[in-house]
Design a protein around this ligand. Sequence first.
Ligand SMILES: Cc1cc2nc3c(=O)[nH]c(=O)nc-3n(C[C@H](O)[C@H](O)[C@H](O)COP(=O)(O)O)c2cc1C
Length: 354
Amino acid sequence: MTRLNALSDLIPSRHPLVQAPMAGAQGSALALAVCAAGGVGSLPAAMLSTEALQTELQTLKEQATGPWNVNFFCHAAPEPDPVAEARWRQVLRPFYDEAGIDPASVPAGAGRVPFSHAIADVVEPFRPPVVSFHFGLPAPDLVDRVKSWGSKLLSSATTVEEARWLEARGTDAVIAQGLEAGGHRGMFLTSELGTQMGTLALLPQMVAAVTVPVIAAGGIASADAVRAAMALGAAGVQVGTAYLCCPEATTSALHRAALMSEAARHTELTTLFSGRPARGIVNRLMRELGSLHPAAPAFPLATAAVAPLRAHFEALGRTDCSPLWSGQNASGCRALPAAEITAALVSGLGPGLD
Ligand SMILES: Cc1cc2nc3c(=O)[nH]c(=O)nc-3n(C[C@H](O)[C@H](O)[C@H](O)COP(=O)(O)O)c2cc1C
């Protein structure tokens, strides 16, 4: 039996489910497993070197059994600011002292690079079925280039205005990222957190405001939640957190343990780990400095100074300074193959495309 909807017309996967790209927590193995289970598997590319990106794309091209997605960040890369960097290291000073690290020995650096023509040169031969962006869209010539490959274009929107902006610039489907979502807020027209809405409030308003398909994301961790999103007009869902404990993910053992513990019930948006608000399980750094810190340098420059602290405490088996990205609903996290997580999420939606 065939179930057609606005998303399957665009991206002909068996199920209207996209596995959320999760930089730092997965690679092609999770994407391939979700594709094999009938969803759209995603490769997060924001933190990959050129060589790693090429290898992962080759793997997906050769092995994916259905449409797959490659995801990029498209933030404006900030100029390094030595004064802001010094202020930030001063804020982190008590942690450096405790860890016995000389802050002067810690190299600065970006860690995440935005999509560019140089990256597009690497991607082009693989002609991904889907390319998705976080933090808006790249420059119009890059958007045109991606579309010239025949790739479908997705991007996250956190407000109705952002959805309209994306639609007007050629995005084929928008991802309604509710406030519950794990990882970075995709917000790009505003930095005002008061504008951010939960999925249940955001989704129907976005569906009413744009004509392109809307994919619901944030807090979706069960078949009932998938059905609820579809009932509110979603053409599909994008699920991240529920896949973090799958064997195919690369989530660290400490992160997995936190996701499966009571601690996962308390998440907050924090700028401490990158400079942009992102949702993670509250840990010591967030408790002691406050999750939204005015001294955190512009995204993604805050990352470098925290990295050695994270490594120090993780070597001791502790998550004091680790970004424990998670959505507000980690109840779907299970140490089960991605095929089983996918099947559970789409059960009750009908048999899907043949
Ligand atoms: C660990 C983690 C990493 C993420 N990294 C990315 C990313 O690289 N690119 C992206 O577009 N979204 C990223 N997200 C956000 C997801 O696309 C999506 O909005 C979110 O996972 C949906 O909410 P949920 O986690 O409650 O399912 C990430 C989310 C998590 C949990």
